[in-house]
Design a protein around this ligand. Structure first.
Ligand SMILES: [Zn+2]
Length: 68
């Protein structure tokens, strides 16, 4: 039963790693623009540290570029 409990704690809107990676640059730019969207991605990032790290890297790259 432990395995089922793990599934139940996953956010119902979580879109998963593949979809998150596919849309992460769009999501990052939306955050920088002050209009965060894609709530399914936000839900996924809460549960997936590797994807959250990826987002931080993208945000750093976007912010750095804006200062050029
Ligand atoms: Zn992920």
């Amino acid at each position: 039963m432990k395995r089922f409990e793990r599934f139940l704690t996953t956010h119902p809107d979580d879109v998963g790693c593949d979809e998150t990676r596919r849309l992460l640059h769009v999501y990052a730019e939306a955050i920088v623009a002050g209009t965060p969207s894609h709530l399914g991605i936000a839900a996924h990032l809460e549960d997936c540290p590797p994807c959250a790290d990826e987002l931080e890297g993208l945000l750093a790259a976007i912010t750095e570029h804006a200062h050029d």
